[in-house]
Design a protein. Structure first.
Length: 83
């Protein structure tokens, strides 16, 4: 799934722009790998960090009824002063 700059807030701050979503079977049986990208213009027109006040949420329907069964919610703090 790709979805670029779909909201006014994403236009103002690229860290709010969800780009791509990938899902595929993991190496171990019964596991899944989820990857999502944000901020496709990082370091150019927006900061190269995650937005510390944003909730990135991935909702998954495992039953085929268009209703979420699993949600992953991810937040990030600001960058460390001493990496």
């Amino acid at each position: 799934m790709s979805d670029y700059i779909d909201s006014p807030s994403a236009l103002q701050d690229g860290r709010l722009d969800l780009g791509d979503m990938y899902a595929f079977g993991g190496e171990e049986p019964g596991t899944t790998v989820l990857i999502f990208t944000v901020n496709p213009d990082a370091g150019k027109s927006s900061p190269a960090t995650f937005h510390p006040e944003t909730l990135y949420e991935i909702k998954i329907d495992t039953g085929g009824d268009a209703v979420e069964d699993v949600s992953y919610r991810v937040t990030f703090g600001g960058p460390d002063a001493h990496p």
